[in-house]
Design a protein around this ligand. Structure first.
Ligand code: NAD
Ligand code: UDP
Length: 319
């Protein structure tokens, strides 16, 4: 049985990855310090013999006994309001955390994959974004702590690949959504759905003409799995290329939830990228992968998930 270590396991993507690897017959070690994650995302796995959980901060030395075949480093705050609240930890988990895990991968001779991001492209001047684009990041802006941590993460991963011959993979993940996102994590989908469920107006930042392209989590996890199992070591975009403005998206949510609330406008956060759409021709070619779940279907499942949460949970997320 192959063993995979997944950091950030109690988070949104990490917990879905744990499910995927358990389903594929792996022994899974989940590691998390629960800074933005929630153990309840893994509740259903605790009873399984092939699942183990380590409560650990990966910016501290990481030790795992026994063999490890794959390491997926997904620990990091991922939502703008999270990484603005904990900027230093965000920089540390991308830098020191990645260094620790690369060291572990070297010791165990494990294949290593990082969760990089479309944010390495910053506020892009090239559209849609191809892997060959070097990006446009404001290093000293408030979002820089996340973007630069991820850019460093890519660099140190490639250095270990070149210098130590480590087997590495770099996934550049674009906005992904689905069940187990935290209702109060501030990202646009939980924010809008939470507002609709509480009967509040939907807050569109700026004029709402900025675009994003949303990928359903099941598609994302399949793309990540295929990348890990491929032999491609350079960065690969994994996301859904269907682009929409945030304003049109707010209107879609109003329709989906049947809320009678209106749209209100708030200030656009600093350095909020104006457009984002992945060019996924590389993933199509080398992984034979593309998203299959439409936004309408994915959003329905996601809405049902948020609707099923308790009232207490819902009101905890007011901000
Ligand atoms: P999330 O906040 O739900 O999960 C992140 C997890 O990492 C949390 O459980 C948190 O407690 C854990 N964590 C943070 N710092 C840690 C540390 N020092 N030690 C141990 N655990 C720590 O976020 P997510 O959306 O699941 O994102 C997961 C990864 O994917 C992140 O690396 C993120 O940058 C990347 N990513 C996500 C998206 C997306 O749209 N969801 C897009 C691009 C990249
Ligand atoms: N956004 C918004 N209202 C909200 C939350 C977010 O208009 O209540 C916008 C945000 O300014 C950005 C987009 O939605 O343009 C996506 O934001 P998110 O935080 O989900 O992710 P990002 O892609 O910016 O990291």
């Amino acid at each position: 049985m192959k063993t995979v270590l997944i950091t950030g396991a109690a988070g949104f993507l990490g917990s879905h990855l744990c499910d995927k690897f358990i389903a594929e017959g792996f022994k899974v070690i989940g590691m998390d310090n629960l800074i933005t994650g929630d153990k309840r995302n893994l509740e259903h796995l605790f009873k399984l013999e092939q699942f183990d959980f380590y409560h650990h901060d990966v910016t501290k030395f990481v030790h795992v006994a026994g063999k490890v075949d794959y390491i997926l480093h997904f620990a990091s705050p991922a939502s703008p309001i999270d990484y603005l609240k904990i900027p230093i930890q965000t920089l540390k988990v991308g830098s020191l955390g990645t260094h620790n895990l690369l060291g572990l991968a070297k010791e165990k001779d494990a294949r290593f994959m990082i969760a990089s991001t479309s944010e390495v492209y910053g506020d892009p001047q090239v559209h849609p974004q191809k892997e060959t684009y070097y990006g446009n990041v404001n290093t000293i802006g408030p979002r820089g702590v996340y973007d630069e941590a991820k850019r460093f993460q890519e660099s140190i991963t490639m250095a270990y690949h070149r210098f130590h011959g480590l087997d590495t993979r770099i996934a550049r993940i674009f906005n992904t959504y689905g069940p187990r996102m935290r209702l109060n994590d501030g990202r646009v989908i939980p924010a809008f759905i939470g507002q609709a469920l509480r009967g509040e107006d939907l807050t569109v930042f700026g004029d709402g003409l900025q675009t994003r392209s949303f990928c359903y989590v099941q598609d994302q996890v399949e793309g990540l799995y295929r990348l890990l199992m491929s032999d491609y070591t350079k960065p690969v975009n994994i996301g859904n290329p269907e682009e929409i403005t945030i304003l049109d998206f707010a209107k879609e949510i109003i329709k989906l939830t049947g809320t009678e609330q209106k749209i209100i406008y708030k200030e656009l956060p600093k350095d909020d990228p104006l457009q984002r759409e992945p060019d996924i021709s590389l993933a199509r070619k080398i992984l034979g992968w593309e998203p299959k779940v439409s936004r309408a279907d994915g959003m329905k499942v996601t809405y049902d998930y948020f609707k099923s949460l308790s009232k207490e949970e819902l009101h905890k997320s007011e901000h």
